[in-house]
Design a protein around this ligand. Structure first.
Ligand code: NAD
Length: 293
């Protein structure tokens, strides 16, 4: 068994596939491509694929302006991203990273359909932020080849990737995903499956504490200033919530409160929920705690 695992662990990822060309899928495809691994980017709609490609071109364009990327690198990176609407295009992928909408039913279907087209030893990961890896693994015939691979937004800037080990994930799968993460220029940490994994388990109780402060009458701008300028964090909680998005934050805090009720409760009139209901989603639609011009 040990020998078999060692062989699988050395499985080189020569081709990646990403399901979903949204904020995260597009970012993950760019990251794979820029580090030299060709990537199939699959979505269900052509406009979504166009947006994913445009985002990659935008990041590269900024790199060119700063003199960090030349025309050859830009062309090679864009050539490495192959957009598709067909599952069959992923048939030779060594690693598939699912980054479709955060809905367990949709993800379950997509994972099942993926397993039907890829090879027996293809590794399958999910970029889910809040859904249990053990739950998603139930959609697969071979759950040992599956784990979480949780990137952070924006993918090209955030170094961390949480690799989430499910109950049935094999050591070989974890080793191969750790190697693939390093090849993508990111820093992997391996964690067990639990609500919030590591980062969100720390972050969301912090957001809940911030919400309570605001409800107690604190000025969110003043809180941000203290956390940034005096405490030294790169941004305060209100600004960070604007970056994360009120829809994502509201959903994730509900999942966290349900998953670890002994540590975190959903608060009545939570400012995050109120902003979400008022369609102040944060940076993504130009207004959240702050207004973005
Ligand atoms: P998004 O809405 O920007 O993109 C989702 C994409 O999936 C869309 O382009 C949509 O067309 C596509 N899609 C939907 N159904 C599909 C299907 N059946 N097959 C292929 N593509 C399909 O969402 P996002 O913010 O990129 O989030 C994607 C995943 O990443 C979610 O699981 C989310 O929890 C996770 N995540 C998001 C963030 C973040 O900050 N946005 C951070 C970490 C993880």
């Amino acid at each position: 068994k040990g020998k078999k695992q060692a062989k699988a662990a050395s499985k080189e990822i020569k081709q990646t596939a990403v399901l979903g060309a949204g904020i995260m899928g597009g970012g993950i495809a760019y990251q794979s491509a820029v580090k030299g691994t060709p990537v199939i980017m699959k979505d269900i709609a052509q406009p979504a694929l166009d947006l994913g490609l445009a985002e990659a071109a935008k990041i590269l364009g900024k790199g060119m302006q700063r003199g960090k990327v030349d025309a050859a690198k830009m062309a090679a990176t864009l050539n490495n991203i192959v957009p598709t609407l067909e599952y069959s295009a992923m048939k030779d992928a060594d690693l598939v990273i699912e980054a479709v909408v955060e809905n367990p039913n949709v993800k379950g279907i997509v994972l099942k359909e993926t397993e039907e087209v890829v090879a027996d030893d293809t590794i399958i990961c999910s970029n889910t932020s809040t859904i249990s890896i053990n739950q998603l693994a139930k959609s697969l015939q071979k759950p040992e080849r599956f784990c979480g691979m949780h990137f952070f937004n924006p993918v090209h800037k955030m170094p961390l990737v949480e690799i989430i080990r499910g109950e049935k994930t094999s050591d070989a799968t974890i080793s191969a995903v750790v190697a693939a993460t390093l090849k993508m220029g990111k820093t992997p940490i391996v964690v067990n499956d639990c609500p919030g994994f590591l980062v969100n388990r720390v972050l969301f109780p912090y957001f809940a504490g911030f919400s309570k402060l605001v409800l107690d009458g604190a000025d969110f701008v003043a809180v941000d200033k203290v956390m940034e300028k005096v405490f030294g964090w790169p941004m305060g909680p209100a600004y960070l919530l604007d970056v994360v998005g009120m829809d994502t934050a509201d959903h994730a805090s509900g999942v966290m409160a349900e998953g670890i009720p002994q540590r975190m409760q959903k608060i009545d009139n939570d400012p995050v929920t109120c902003l979400y209901r008022a369609e102040r989603l944060g940076q993504k639609n130009g207004k959240g705690f702050y207004n973005f011009g």
